[in-house]
Design a protein around this ligand. Structure first.
Ligand code: FMN
Length: 183
């Protein structure tokens, strides 16, 4: 059984390499609309969507994320990232940053998937990127929050990077052993 929604879900994968090509305003708006169409408990919509297309900001956030990783006691993530080119945002031209209110974590996950699927449906790549939490929650958090006009009373929820894929990838294999049918 298949249709365009099931096809997009089955084809999406986390893209970890992007070209420099910027997204068009129409693409950005379509993806942002998909984000805010997500369901939420009691329709509270405990999120904001900040679309960052500024290369300098993205580079500074990425550099700070890597610095945060380098200071962790466990150096394994830092070493793995440095061994594959020192990129945590993979040159993506756009970050959809999702600040949330307390308790909005599950709703934020649904927003993230809406963004990823919308991007895929437009022929774009995406990766949900929790690593972007590091600069916003780190020592320079306030500075970064000011630069992106992060709203008061919200915390980092998640980020989704979007752009034109420069690398190919494949969706993960569905693990059907995790499914059970009763009745
Ligand atoms: C909450 C969340 C946070 C994630 N954070 C990162 C991240 O910081 N960097 C990254 O490269 N991938 C990140 N991913 C992508 C996962 O690694 C990826 O979804 C998983 O390996 C399955 O691969 P697929 O998306 O290609 O199916 C994240 C995914 C989720 C759901």
């Amino acid at each position: 059984m298949s249709n365009s929604v099931l096809k997009a879900i089955a084809e999406r994968y986390s893209c970890r390499g992007y070209t420099d090509q910027a997204l068009t305003e129409d693409q950005l708006k379509a993806i942002a609309d998909a984000a805010v169409m997500a369901p939420s408990a009691m329709n509270l919509q405990p999120w904001k969507i900040i679309v960052i297309n500024d290369r300098d900001i993205l580079n500074d956030l990425e550099a700070d994320a890597i610095e945060c990783l380098s200071k962790l006691e466990d150096k394994s993530i830092y070493e793995r990232i440095m061994s594959r080119g020192g990129k945590v945002f993979y040159n993506a031209p756009t970050m959809f940053l999702i600040p949330i209110k307390e308790g909005g974590e599950l709703d934020c996950g649904i927003v993230s998937q809406n963004i990823a699927l919308a991007a895929h449906s437009l022929g774009l790549g995406s990766v949900i990127c929790g690593m972007a939490r590091l600069p916003f929650d780190g020592q320079r958090g306030q500075e970064f929050k000011e630069r992106v006009a992060f709203p008061e009373g919200y915390k980092f929820g998640m980020s989704v990077l979007v752009g034109y894929p420069a690398t190919s990838g494949t969706p993960h294999e569905p693990d059907r052993s995790k499914i059970s049918f009763i009745g």
